[in-house]
Design a protein around this ligand. Sequence first.
Ligand code: DSN
Length: 438
Amino acid sequence: MTQDPVSDLITREQTRQREKIGLIPSENNTSPEVSSVLSSCLSNKYSEGYPGRRYYEGNQIIDEIEVLAQDRIKKLFGVPYVNVQPYSGSPANLAIYMALMQPGDILMGLKLVAGGHLTHGHPKVTASGSFYQSVQYGVGEDAKVDFEALQVLAKKHRPKVIVVGNTAYPFLMEFDKFRKIADAVGAWLVADISHVTGLVISGDHPSPVSDADVIMSTTHKTFRGPRGAMIMVTNRGLERDADLGKKIDSAIIPGLQGGPHNATTAAIAMAAAEASRPEFKKYGHQIRKNANALTQALQVAGLKLVGDGTQTHLMVIDLTPFGPGLGLQVAYALDVAGIYANRNTVPNEPFSPFYPSGLRVGTPLVTTRGMKEAEMEQIGVWIGRVVELVRDKQLPKVTQARQQFVKEFRAWADEHRQLQKIKQEVKALTSGFPLFRW
Ligand code: DSN
């Protein structure tokens, strides 16, 4: 029997992941145990509803699995309520908004260019920015949340919900300051900790549990579980509305979703057990050490970072000193050289999210592979060399000329000898690091 091309494609992707260095801060590798749960028979079962009240028969074991996942998450974070069914972060955030707001109510979140997420009210093109009136807050000159401006905005607009969360914000989220502002205007405080959940567990980032009403996290980033999400309600949230958990449950199903992905639920339970191990704390601490080491190496290589550094697992390299709109070229050339990251906007972005002027890098995945400070130093050197090679490849100011420019740039990079040389060096390094190591 001939082999299905899908198997070959998976093998090729496995090789790509093994040979390259992954610096996308939202990506991570799961343990073999979590991976094997994901491919189990659990995905064959329909189980719309919740444990003990399903719309389908045959869910005796699925019920036990979901309760186990809930109990482990509640214990891990110290929260009284959790829903582990959201398919991912975007529907989870929408479910929270459905539970807390009516269409047309005012939502406040961090601007995308300042490091916020699309689902935090990015105007016009997103559900959160269309169904609700979105008022966005930003950052100051130091790239940190401008709390004075945020307070003025909140008092003026009196939002129903304030979201504190990020995807490209390198600093700690100061939940207590957000709480004070939310209290002053009677808003719900929602913390989206998707990026930093693992750091919250390891004690390397403050926990939002005593300040937020509702907490959302995806489960595949620093938490190192399957692709999915969870919504937690804190004691504070339940004190304000004893039915809040039920409202979240209803917003997930029947509000937004159908049957939960049961293999994912079991993998969340497995990942929660892994996150309770002492080794997980070491992993969280090492993510931070690696982020500091990479920051230093990038700065030694002459690169500027948004906010001049990091307090978390990620950094945004500000490429505007070399001219605006260099993100795509740097990200593409790095990938050719065996290092993949993602282009990203910078605060006061002179171009656009598609042709941005920054590069986002982070250390969760390389930490999972067992890399430490010495490897971060080497990675910083490689990134510096790649930026040096492409810094004069400036994006045309004329919009119509850009597609052709990108095509020619890619052809140039694909053949570049220096990039190929770095790729071989990267391959030699990654051969010493498995995809997952405790
Ligand atoms: N797409 C994720 C990230 O890369 O940060 C957030 O949803």
